[in-house]
Design a binder for this molecule. Structure first.
Ligand SMILES: [Ca+2]
Ligand SMILES: [Ca+2]
Length: 376
């Protein structure tokens, strides 16, 4: 009798589960688990509930999960029960744009997106707000690894863009590792490795792309921060983009920006950006030369008010091929304080830049200052 009772309970649970699949979870805060590495689009993607009920083909693919999340009101979370490489299909093109906002995709550090058969486009395109891309490796995309276009308050965290956990070379994305443009505001890139890409590591462009943060990343090095894995052009480039922050004043917020093909950080007609606590031109140990091929930090033209370092949050700018910092002729009112230029992180060993420590042109710049920690 006891056994029969348990059996009845099991049947009841099975019926309830069946009803759950039929009617689905609530429309808000839905979750879906990707359970195949196959890139396919054959499930019912009108909502996450419908996709779970009718996944089609090999199961629930990442592509199907994104479409269903876009079609489901409210915040959604996409996780994975599989690990390995998803080869985005040439026939299906790039993955769908994240266009409804509040979608979290968490690869858990075990998912690789490989775009070598994709034909065109980027890994992820975010054109909405408050999405999170976490723990995903993105390689061999024809264009950017991740493109945030007209998206706000998105978070890209703990991703590897342009190489893999082993630090493999020759597998970068064709364009920038991560691009932010077209009124991309308030986005954060945190704890990522962005190396080996065909253009720059991270690009922020246009006047309305403001208030973005790049913190705790390795840009132009292997994941261990011990060797160069150059982005072909710059580590970080800002073009006509203002009020963005590279690094920060708190522990762990600084980036390692080293080993890139041109400049570590290139500011082009970009105002009021802040650059704190980064290592520019050395390995993550702060001791080993790993210079960017040209300037460590280049302020190029038509700019004012960029801040490079602060008391207690200076940058280590050493071993770069040309000047440590160049302040170019048409720039004005830059503030350079509290940095170590041409030394190791401890400031006790010379690791000179190939040109000047600071090549000062333009007008009304402030270098150093009165008060502890402002010397450069
Ligand atoms: Ca399917
Ligand atoms: Ca949604």
């Amino acid at each position: 009798m006891l056994l029969l009772g348990n059996h009845r309970i099991s049947v009841c649970i099975a019926v309830l589960l069946g009803l759950g699949a039929l009617y689905g979870p609530p429309a808000h805060a839905a979750s879906v688990v990707v359970n195949t590495l196959v890139d396919e689009n054959n499930g019912t993607t009108s909502s996450i509930a419908n996709l779970i009920a009718t996944p089609g083909g090999a199961g629930i693919s990442l592509r199907e999960a994104i479409i269903a999340a876009n079609n489901t009101a409210g915040a959604d979370t996409i996780t994975f029960s599989v690990s390995g490489t998803i080869n985005t299909s040439g026939g299906l093109g790039a993955l769908p744009t994240l266009n409804s906002g509040n979608t979290t995709i968490d690869g858990g550090g075990v998912i690789v997106l490989n775009g070598s058969s994709q034909g065109s486009g980027q890994g992820f395109l975010l054109s909405s707000s408050s999405n999170i891309i976490s723990g995903i490796t993105i390689i061999r995309m024809p264009d950017q690894g991740i493109n945030i276009s007209n998206g706000t308050n998105n978070l890209i965290e703990d991703c590897i863009i342009g190489t893999n956990t082993a630090g493999g070379g020759g597998i970068g994305n064709g364009g920038n590792g991560i691009s932010m443009s077209n009124t991309a505001t308030g986005n954060t890139v945190s704890g990522c490795v962005v190396s080996g890409n065909g253009a720059s590591g991270i690009s922020i462009s246009d006047r309305a792309s403001t208030g973005n943060f790049v913190v705790g990343c390795f840009i132009g090095t292997n994941p261990a921060g011990t060797g160069a894995l150059a982005n072909t052009v710059n580590g970080i480039v800002m073009t006509n983009a203002g009020s963005n922050t590279s690094g920060g004043t708190l522990a762990g917020e600084g980036n390692v920006i080293s080993g890139n093909g041109q400049h570590g950080i290139f500011l082009n007609n970009s105002n009021d950006n802040e650059i704190y606590g980064n290592i520019v031109g050395l390995a993550a140990d702060g001791e080993t030369a790993l210079g960017n091929a040209q300037e460590g930090i280049m302020t190029f033209t038509g700019e004012d008010g960029n801040i490079i370092g602060a008391p207690g949050a200076g940058n280590i700018i050493a071993a770069n091929g040309s000047n440590g910092i160049q302040l170019s002729p048409s720039t004005t009112t830059h503030l350079v304080r509290g940095n170590y230029i041409g030394t190791n992180a401890a400031g006790d060993t010379g690791l000179g830049n190939g040109g000047h420590g600071i090549d000062i042109n333009g007008t009304q710049h402030v270098i150093g200052g009165v008060g502890a920690g402002r010397e450069t």
